[in-house]
Ligand binder design. Structure first.
Ligand code: ATP
Ligand code: MG
Length: 388
């Protein structure tokens, strides 16, 4: 079972994730927008927030009718009292029926020192919280991580991306299209190696729903195993071979906010099929000379597909394994940014031991070190790829 499923956040971690001042957590709890539980860590009982709770918080905040809420607040202010200056006023009819209580936990004494511009101290806590998060739906629903070159970090970034996006309350389908099954492994689904894969869907006409397993709340997966390595020959003989994956995905697309595939490091028919299915291609390029050299092949493969299938693909190039101490890394990043101006992501993923450790532990980098560079890089990459 995936460790991600059991993940829980401390108030400080939640505040960072939700981009709010930690002081707001008590008010949100009182308003019924957040529920915490107590967990014993050693001899100390700590306040924690479970993954499903974090997800429903984000879903609530995204769906909140902010205009109505603010209009209501304003009318309340004109009728009876001034607009609240403290983050303690009740607003229970926007929550799920919770009663308003006075503060008393004292848990907010040491606020996290994060300067959050969006949070205005005079705002109602719910308004402040809702304003702090991006409330739009993902710009591109069907995404893939791609590079014909091996070892650039595709499976690592796919796994971290889908787990991070799931934390934001999006419903996600991850698809492993590599016989190595690294995405399956990174998501800690070791049992996935005996389960149906995309091979069964595309070759044996298994309904795609039957190949989907649940990894954690909000995160589903079509796993992969070595059997996928042999898919190209039978797939080649199928009619409309490159469209089969796209058509299968369309059968379940309405159930998800985001569908993300990890691909194999080759110019395979399976990868071409995903290029037909995808709206956004995230090319992962390691900041080393050989990876940079391979970029011309990657880009020409994408252009060929666009011509052959008469479509236009959005492309983003993600610099990965960047090491600011290495001149060569700096040079490659500079080249990527100048040659691929406009499509190279602003986010750069540094080479960090935390990401390697996350791969080893088959977990999100948050559980390795929630304050490290790896978490910051994955946070900014996730936001960039979701809200392009
Ligand atoms: N930013 C990073 N910092 C440190 N280690 C990284 C980083 N990105 C990837 N790695 C490590 O590099 C190795 C290769 O990564 P990964 O398996 O994701 O590459 P890939 O492109 O999927 O490979 P393949 O082409 O074989 O599928 C893994 O051990 C992973 O932990
Ligand atoms: Mg891989």
């Amino acid at each position: 079972m995936s460790a991600f499923r059991e993940m829980a956040f401390t108030p400080a971690e939640f505040a960072r994730l939700a981009k709010i001042d930690r002081k707001l957590i008590d008010s949100l709890e009182e308003e019924g927008f957040l529920h915490t539980f107590r967990k014993k860590v050693g001899n100390v009982e700590r306040k924690m927030i479970s993954l499903p709770e974090v997800q429903s918080y984000f879903q609530h905040m995204r769906n909140l009718d902010l205009e109505r809420l603010m209009a209501d607040l304003e009318s309340q202010a004109t009728v009876s009292e001034p607009i609240p200056q403290e983050n303690t006023i009740g607003f229970s009819h926007y929550s799920q029926g919770s009663q308003i209580q006075t503060h008393g936990t004292g848990a907010t004494a040491a606020a996290d020192p994060i300067p959050i511009e969006a949070v205005d101290k005079t705002m109602h806590p719910v308004v402040a919280a809702a304003t702090a998060i991006n409330r739009s739906a993902p710009s591109y629903k069907k995404q893939m991580f791609y590079n014909v070159k091996g070892g650039t970090g595709k499976s690592t970034l796919t796994a971290q991306y889908v787990m991070r996006a799931a934390m934001m309350g999006y419903k996600i389908l991850a698809i492993d299209l590599d016989g190595q099954g690294h995405l399956t492994m990174n998501l800690d689904c070791l049992e996935g190696h005996d389960l149906p894969t995309i091979y069964d869907v595309l070759i044996n006409d298994l309904p795609i729903e039957e190949s989907i397993i649940n990894v954690a709340p909000g995160l589903d997966l079509i796993p992969a195993n070595l059997g996928i390595c042999n898919i190209d020959i039978p797939l080649n003989q199928k009619p409309r071979r490159e469209y089969r994956l796209s058509e299968a995905i369309d059968q379940v697309a309405h159930e998800y906010d985001l569908i993300v595939a990890d691909t194999n490091p080759a110019a395979s028919i399976l990868n071409s099929s995903m290029l037909v299915a995808a709206d956004l291609v995230n090319v992962v390029c390691a900041t080393n000379p050989l990876s940079f050299h391979g970029m011309s092949l990657v880009m020409s493969t994408i252009e060929e597909m666009e011509r052959e299938f008469r479509m236009e693909l959005a492309v983003r190039i993600i610099p990965n394994m960047y090491d600011s101490r290495e001149v060569i890394s700096q040079e490659v990043l500079g080249e990527l940014r100048s040659q691929f101006e406009g499509i190279c992501t602003h986010s750069v993923v540094n080479r960090t031991v935390d990401l390697n450790e996350a791969t080893k532990r088959r977990s999100t980098v948050w559980t390795v070190n929630s304050k490290g560079t790896g978490v910051n890089d994955i946070n900014s990459l996730t936001e960039e790829l979701i809200f392009i």
